[in-house]
Write a protein that binds this ligand. Structure first.
Ligand code: CP3
Length: 344
């Protein structure tokens, strides 16, 4: 059966414009909170294929999105490379022993050995594929090497990125060595996700905007493109979505063999369309906080539809949905995307 989401990723004509939401499996859903409580905590949920499968499917059943996204986290990669990951309540992710020097990097597990440790992810994918309807797509994902490296170097989320930027300007060779090691794991990790059954790949570069535009290619984009091109060469039938958040100044320089460019909410859709719309399908890009108001949501969906005209477009938010959004407003967003693009 044709998956309309996959068709749309390849720029084919579809009966309506498909939609999904970044972070669609998560805390705004009471059903998610229930399964997370049963699992004990977030990481245990990621490690439990049965429960991870269950929460992956929740937004498909509840909201009727056109694609499921694998329930996991970008930070399981450094975790399995040997960095001890924990999620501290209310504070987000933490690595107890961030990378300070070459010796710290040397200690980390590399390549195939690291990618092979993520079996719970591959098992989750296989379970999801048994249960997901044939006309829905399953999106697998990774963090971009740069975004992963920010956590591996800072040890946690950061507002200033001062530790990794100190490395960028005073010891760029070490930063490149970290990015190289992560890139090599990610290529194999995504290949194993594809072999396990995902239909689409998304690469999240959530902290792209922390890099000055003139350095973005060197420290992030080239590694993302390397991953995309490695996968496209082996698996041309699997679409690749790139989501670098907040880099409008780089749009004229975007290059590479991939299918969909994820537009974040700070970049006007018309601006992205003018620069990239002929070359890539565009995904996005409602400001996620519009979800607090149904009127603000409808307005934005109509404007995006007016701009994209249902061509070479996938509806999404311009970043992840927040935990305090009412479920009925999320449903409203999905319904409106389907309505304006003519879903019967
Ligand atoms: O529905 C989905 O999108 C699939 C699951 C998913 C999660 N994380 C689950 C999650 C995905 C695709 C991610 C990606 C991710 N993780 C990114 C890139 C996407 C983005 O939003 O920019 C980043 C930067 C992370 C790292 C991360 N994970 C942080 C900073 C945090 C804490 C902040 C927060 O949102 O709570 C997490 C935790 C996390 N990942 C949660 C979920 C559902 C919340 C954990 C919980 O249940 O308490």
């Amino acid at each position: 059966m044709n998956k309309i989401f996959v068709d749309a990723c390849f720029g084919k004509e579809t009966p309506y414009t498909p939609v999904w939401m970044m972070r669609q499996a998560g805390r705004y859903l009471p059903e998610y909170m229930e399964v997370r409580a049963q699992a004990g905590d977030f990481l245990s949920l990621c490690h439990d294929p049965k429960k991870a499968c269950e929460v992956t499917l929740q937004p498909v059943d509840i909201l009727d999105v056109d694609a499921a996204i694998l329930f996991s986290d970008i930070l399981v990669i450094p975790d399995e490379m040997g960095m001890d990951l924990s999620f501290v309540k209310g504070e987000g992710p933490k690595f107890s022993d961030p990378i300070k020097d070459e010796a710290d990097l040397e200690r980390l597990i590399s390549g195939e050995e690291a990618a092979s440790k993520l079996t719970y992810v591959y098992d989750t994918i296989k379970l999801i594929k048994e249960q997901l309807a044939d006309d829905k797509a399953l999106i697998g994902f990774t963090g971009a090497p740069w975004t992963l490296a920010t956590y591996m170097i800072e040890g946690q989320g950061t507002k200033t990125y001062n530790i990794c930027k100190k490395m960028m300007y005073s010891n760029p060779e070490l930063l490149h060595k970290i990015l190289r090691k992560v890139t090599d794991v990610v290529k194999l990790y995504m290949e194993k996700q594809i072999e396990s059954g995902i239909d689409v790949v998304q690469i999240f570069d959530s902290w792209a905007a922390a890099i000055e535009p003139g350095k973005y290619d060197e420290f992030s984009w080239q590694y993302m493109v390397e991953i995309a091109e490695y996968l496209k060469e082996k698996y041309p039938h699997i679409p690749v979505i790139m989501f670098p958040k907040g880099i409008p100044a780089f749009l004229d320089k975007v290059y590479g063999n991939f299918d969909v460019f994820g537009v974040d909410w700070s970049t006007p859709m018309a601006f992205a369309k003018e620069r990239l719309g002929d070359k890539y399908v565009l995904q996005g890009n409602m400001e996620p906080c519009r979800l607090y108001s149904k009127e603000a949501t409808t307005k934005c969906v109509e404007v995006i539809q007016e701009t994209m005209q249902g061509k070479r477009h996938i509806f999404n938010l311009g970043h992840g949905i927040l935990p305090d959004v009412p479920v009925e407003n999320a449903k409203h967003f999905i319904n409106e995307c389907h309505r304006v693009s003519g879903k019967k």
